[in-house]
Design a protein around this ligand. Structure first.
Ligand SMILES: Cc1cc2nc3c(=O)[nH]c(=O)nc-3n(C[C@H](O)[C@H](O)[C@H](O)COP(=O)(O)OP(=O)(O)OC[C@H]3O[C@@H](n4cnc5c(N)ncnc54)[C@H](O)[C@@H]3O)c2cc1C
Length: 358
């Protein structure tokens, strides 16, 4: 094995929320790197609504590790706003209209649970929201949520890394990668490690295709209303996220069959059916978008080092919650690689090594 020194510490592939979070933590750690992105290739982060929500699902389940992930994500996005001189992080509440008196009673009983009590608000905006949302039985306010304007963040981050000569616009091809020595060689440069942050594209990646990805397609609508909406997410089966006063994103669908990036009439019809039950005011659809979430069978990220190739790493499997998961675990992963700190075993791909050696 050659003992040649690398020209750069890291090569990061993919500039979605995963690659972006890794790259910013590398910058913070004072590492040298290139990040490779392809503007023409699809990206789930460009489609996502960007919501962070600590209590989700019909059963009001607290997001896994919420008490660690949320403070870290908020700090990360706020600091990045300063660094990039842009506003893309919006803390806000989520209002959950009750479907019935029974649901109201259940949610109120659940709210007393110490673990989630800190995420329940007083519902001050309920009357104003009820002017455009069906809230016959009232609703629960979840605080500590927010959303990130991902397209803006991605554009600003790409501009920063381009200006500092670290962003390379290219479609990465494994055939052009040389892994035979102690360093990773690509495009005439030698790197200490490569971190693959390719989102859904990883399913056909020859190095990590043995990992149990379970991708999920999703679609969103963008709507415009005449009446202004409150700066709060409304969530009941679907979410309505006002991005400006009279424009909102509405989503999302979940489908597992045809995994492509195309918008479908069926998904639009499904979203509209739910929207009409929730929204009392007229709206018009201004755009429809679809993407593929890089989800995993056990619903935990896929992060770590290849079982055999010690300089080949992956940061993926962010599923439905990339905005919440990516900052915290990018920090943990870089600390793991650089300072030997523990990587949470529930995200470490070591849990699937038996699939590789099978
Ligand atoms: C409809 C919908 C709504 C969603 N809403 C939310 C939400 O509200 N909140 C939330 O947290 N999450 C949401 N998600 C999930 C979120 O999109 C993902 O968790 C997240 O975007 C995954 O980020 P990623 O960086 O791993 O993947 P991606 O964003 O897909 O990024 C991977 C990048 O790698 C690039 N790439 C891949 N291969 C190559 C190559 N060979 N060369 C160069 N570049 C390459 C891709 O082009 C892409 O830019 C939603 C997803 C969908 C589909």
């Amino acid at each position: 094995m050659s003992e040649i020194a690398p020209d750069f510490d890291y090569l990061v592939i993919g500039h979605g929320i995963g690659g972006l979070s890794v790259a910013w933590h590398l910058e913070k750690a004072g590492k040298t790197f290139h990040i490779v992105g392809s503007s023409s290739a699809p990206s789930s982060s460009r489609v996502a609504a960007g919501i962070l929500n600590p209590l989700t699902g019909r059963k009001l389940v607290k997001t896994w590790l919420a008490d660690d992930l949320f403070p870290y994500a908020k700090k990360f996005y706020t600091e990045l706003e300063d660094r990039l001189d842009a506003h893309f992080f919006y803390p806000l509440s989520v209002y959950r209209p009750y479907r019935s008196v029974e649901e109201q009673n259940n949610y109120i009983a659940q709210s007393a649970d110490e673990a989630i009590a800190g995420y329940i608000g007083g519902g001050e905006k309920q009357d104003r929201i009820a002017s455009y949302i069906n809230m016959e039985f009232g609703g629960l306010e979840v605080i500590g949520a927010g959303w990130v304007d991902l397209p803006l963040l991605l554009d600003k981050s790409k501009a920063h890394f381009t200006q500092t000569n670290r962003y390379i616009e290219a479609t990465f091809d494994f055939h052009h990668l040389n892994l035979s020595g102690s360093v990773v060689e690509w495009n005439g440069n030698r790197y200490g490690r490569i971190i693959l942050c390719q989102g859904f594209a990883a399913v056909s990646d020859p190095v990590f295709d043995w990992l149990p990805f379970a991708p999920v397609k999703g679609q969103l609508l963008e709507i415009e209303t005449e009446q202004e909406m409150e700066p709060c997410v409304v969530n009941q089966g679907i979410f309505i996220l006002p991005v400006v006063k009279n424009k909102a994103k509405v989503g999302a669908t979940y489908s597992w069959d045809k995994l492509d990036w195309a918008v479908t009439h069926e998904a639009t019809a499904e979203l509209e059916e739910k929207l009409k039950m929730l929204l009392k005011i007229p709206y018009k659809i201004t755009a429809e978008t679809a993407g593929i979430r890089p989800s995993v069978k056990d619903r935990r990220p896929l992060i770590g080092t290849h079982p055999v190739r010690q300089n080949v790493c992956i940061f993926n499997g962010l599923g439905t919650k990339g905005v919440t998961l990516a900052p915290f675990f990018a920090n943990q992963f870089i600390e793991h690689l650089e300072n030997n700190k523990e990587l949470n075993p529930l995200v470490n791909i070591q849990r699937y090594f038996s699939l590789y050696f099978h």
